[in-house]
Ligand binder design. Structure first.
Ligand SMILES: O=C(O)CCC(=O)C(=O)O
Ligand SMILES: [Fe+2]
Length: 214
């Protein structure tokens, strides 16, 4: 049984929307990709994780700029991929990887993801997830897990036009909202959250060691 047999027709057409949006603007925001029960389950798993296992963001896998607590002060928990609650999400992530590779030839190879917790007041200053010369991230995903989040709660994701100070979008991190964008193109920042803000964030990487024959 192929992977797509596990996707609903609605999920398959959402993948088309994402791929088309990436093709035309490099950036997509979608609601209702995952059902409410599953989102609630993800949020519960996230909240149940031992707070000791959340590390200040930037430790380990990123550059010095991103380790600076004046740049970001969220807390993150890398996921191994073998957590049972993640399997539906990872099935979806794999189907997106295949759809993107098939239509956009990005050569996405693997996906890594983490839970992020922005405590009250936390932020992440303007940055780019990958520089063309640096880490091999090509596509960023953020799935927000914040029930009843409104404008009064802050924590917007602010997206800038490539190489510009022009703001193109201010996105509230509402429950189930998904943002997908090309990692190398769009500077973005997270405004201070006025209450705890949760997300499942991930990146597709290319395989550094892999040199295609053609
Ligand atoms: O949570 C968000 O809205 C974006 C987070 C982000 O930019 C990152 O973790 O690189
Ligand atoms: Fe980012």
């Amino acid at each position: 049984m192929g992977l797509f047999s596990t996707l609903s027709p609605q999920a398959a057409s959402q993948l088309d929307v994402i791929v088309s949006g990436l093709y035309s603007t490099g950036f997509v925001v979608l609601d209702h990709v995952f059902d409410d029960n599953y989102l609630t389950c993800l949020l519960k798993e996230l909240i149940d994780l031992n707070p000791q296992e959340f590390k200040p963001a930037g430790i380990g896998r990123e550059d010095a700029y991103q380790k600076n607590k004046f740049v970001r002060n969220d807390r993150i928990h890398w996921l191994d991929g073998d957590e049972s609650f993640l399997s539906s999400y990872l099935t979806w992530a794999e189907s997106l990887r295949l759809a993107v590779n098939r239509r956009l030839f990005l050569g996405l190879y693997e996906y890594e993801c983490m839970f992020a917790h922005y405590p009250e007041g936390a932020f992440y200053k303007r940055h780019i997830d990958a520089f063309k010369t640096g880490i091999n991230r090509r596509l960023s995903t953020v799935l927000y897990l914040n029930p009843q989040w409104g404008p009064q709660d802050g924590g917007e994701l602010v997206m800038y036009a490539p190489d510009s100070n022009r703001i193109t979008h201010q996105i509230l991190p509402t429950m189930g909202r998904l943002v997908v964008f090309l990692s190398e193109e769009f500077p973005h920042e997270v405004l201070p959250a006025k209450r705890a803000r949760y997300s499942l964030t991930g990146w597709y990487r290319i395989n550094e060691g892999h040199h295609p024959a053609f």
